[in-house]
Design a binder for this molecule. Structure first.
Ligand code: NAD
Length: 488
């Protein structure tokens, strides 16, 4: 079964209404991070010529798409959702094989992406402008919301369907045309999303999908004059680079890195706090942008909390996402594992290792990118493992002496994506929501997870200070306002 590379399916770009090879004809391999002997799929290695064709097709399709009745646009979103739901099991298995997450989480992601499409099919039809009272009885003053034009969607590998779904759905329902580039580390799931729109009958050029390296296609899909907006989710360094590359008239929405804290107060339910730490920090092997990375614990409960946490982490079942009952899969890429192991070595120099701290390379783990879930304690805010995004199954325990001390430590970061507190004290909960510098705030809930219908985004270097995504906020990004004074 493994290593059956001769049977590997090859997938193409979708540009201007056609499935097509890249101009160069080159391909790249998409491998299974749980077993690198398996090539899951092969994809078109696009270059600037393919990217230019995708942008040109989107530009040509825009005038007709913006005038397509919104009911027709909504039907395409709903039909694409139906296709995702009908194929959820098969697409979830592919997602697990290319990215490594547990099969049930992969399935949830497909179903949730379908929900996102359905949400925007409705919400996009109620998103309107305003009317303004004025002194002229023969004049109506109102705003109308219009699409921007060609928008580029660039997504990472960790949520390869739900992240592009929450960008593409509001873009399309608002009347924009799209160029979509998924991560080369999870291209097949992105392709399935594009395929859903194709099966739903999306007109030629309205959605263009291309795979390939950022180095070869990035500049064209980001900086071409026809591109009016770029919605990007990925690393802070890449996001900042893209933000600098675009012109003044191109909108950007950048969802970037995090260093998300969970504060455990002295009155917390410690079992619940451990649950929040494990689910928020270690599911997806720590590869969620909103994953818990710093656990700031009050001194009075530090020992009790730590003992419970270590016991819980020791009992976690590690393995391929295709195995039922596993808690922790591999890291998604070789590079990611090297980065995480590098930070673990740094942590061993800086702090006290309590649990894990190694790659897993024996037996079933021999061919995958596995790292043991790792806990450091005695971490202080000057240490690199307390400051830099690791994006792996590594938790840092930081002691705090008071609510004020905990809050100062929580806010002592250049990031501000998500933050949580475990407490039974309403005063702490109330103050935390006000004091924390974070775009998402959770009280007795994991730092991870966000609703389809609520806005999502970060503060500080976790996001551009522009537009939120998800919910109605997602529609704001993809529309511009025109103010009309209509007399007679
Ligand atoms: P990455 O930045 O390496 O790549 C993300 C995507 O951007 C890929 O498709 C990549 O090919 C493309 N890309 C990279 N540089 C580009 C450039 N200069 N021009 C155009 N495209 C470019 O990130 P990754 O390793 O795929 O994902 C992990 C990162 O994503 C982490 O930092 C994580 O915090 C972040 N993330 C953030 C959120 C969020 O909502 N804030 C969600 C998930 C992941």
């Amino acid at each position: 079964m493994h290593g059956a590379t001769t049977m590997t399916d090859t997938y193409r770009n979708y540009i201007d209404g056609e499935w097509c090879d890249s101009v160069s004809g080159r391909l790249f391999d998409n491998i299974n991070p749980a077993d690198t002997r398996e090539t899951v799929s092969r994809h078109a290695a696009s270059d600037a010529r393919d990217a230019a064709a995708a942008v040109a097709a989107a530009a040509a399709a825009f005038p007709a798409w913006r005038k397509t009745p919104i009911g027709k646009r909504a039907k395409i979103l709903n039909d694409a959702a139906t296709y995702l739901e009908a194929n959820a099991d098969a697409f979830a298995a592919e997602l697990t094989r290319e990215e490594g997450k547990a099969l049930n989480l992969a399935r949830d992601e497909i179903v949730r992406s379908a929900q996102t499409l359905r949400f925007y099919a409705v919400e996009g039809q109620t998103y309107t402008g305003e009317t303004f009272p004025n002194d002229d009885p023969d004049m109506v003053v109102y705003t109308q919301r219009e699409p921007l034009g060609v928008v580029t969607v660039i997504s990472p590998w960790n949520f390869p369907v739900s992240i592009p779904a929450r960008k593409i759905a509001p873009a399309l329902i608002a009347g924009n045309t799209v160029v979509f580039k998924p991560s080369s580390d999870a291209p097949l799931s992105g392709l399935r999303l594009a395929e859903a729109f194709v099966k739903a009958g999306i007109p030629r050029g309205v959605l263009n999908f291309l795979t390939g390296s950022a180095g070869e296609v990035g500049e064209t899909i980001v900086a071409s004059p026809a591109v009016r907006a770029v919605s990007f989710t990925g690393s802070t360094s890449a996001g900042e680079q893209i933000h600098r590359a675009v012109s003044m008239t191109t909108r950007t929405q950048m969802e970037l890195g995090g260093k998300n804290p969970l504060i455990v107060m002295e009155d917390a339910d410690l079992d619940q706090a451990v649950d929040l730490a494990v689910k928020g920090g270690l599911s997806l092997s720590g590869q969620a942008c909103t994953g818990t990375s710093r656990i700031i614990v009050m001194a009075a409960v530090k020992q009790a909390f730590t003992e419970k946490l270590v016991a819980r982490v020791k009992a976690l079942k590690i393995g391929s996402g295709l195995q039922t009952g596993m808690d922790l899969g591999p890291l998604a890429t070789r590079k990611q594992r090297e980065t995480v192991l590098g930070y673990i070595e740094i942590g061993k120099q800086e702090a006290t290792l309590l649990q894990g701290g190694t790659a897993l390379t024996e037996g079933d783990f021999a061919h995958g990118f596995y790292v043991a879930p790792t806990i450091f304690t005695d971490v202080t805010m000057s240490m690199r493992i307390a400051r830099e995004e690791i994006f792996g199954p590594v938790l840092a325990i930081i002691e705090a002496s008071s609510y004020a001390d905990a809050m100062a430590k929580a806010n002592d970061t250049e990031y501000g994506l998500s933050a949580a507190i475990a407490t039974r004290n309403a005063r702490y909960a109330h103050d935390f929501a006000n004091d924390i510098e974070s775009g998402t705030v959770k009280i007795n809930r994991t730092t991870t997870g966000n609703l389809v219908n609520a806005p999502f985004g970060g503060l500080k270097r976790s996001s551009t200070a522009t537009f939120r995504e998800s919910g109605r906020a997602g529609l704001e990004f993809y529309t511009q306002v025109k103010t009309v004074y209509r007399g007679c």
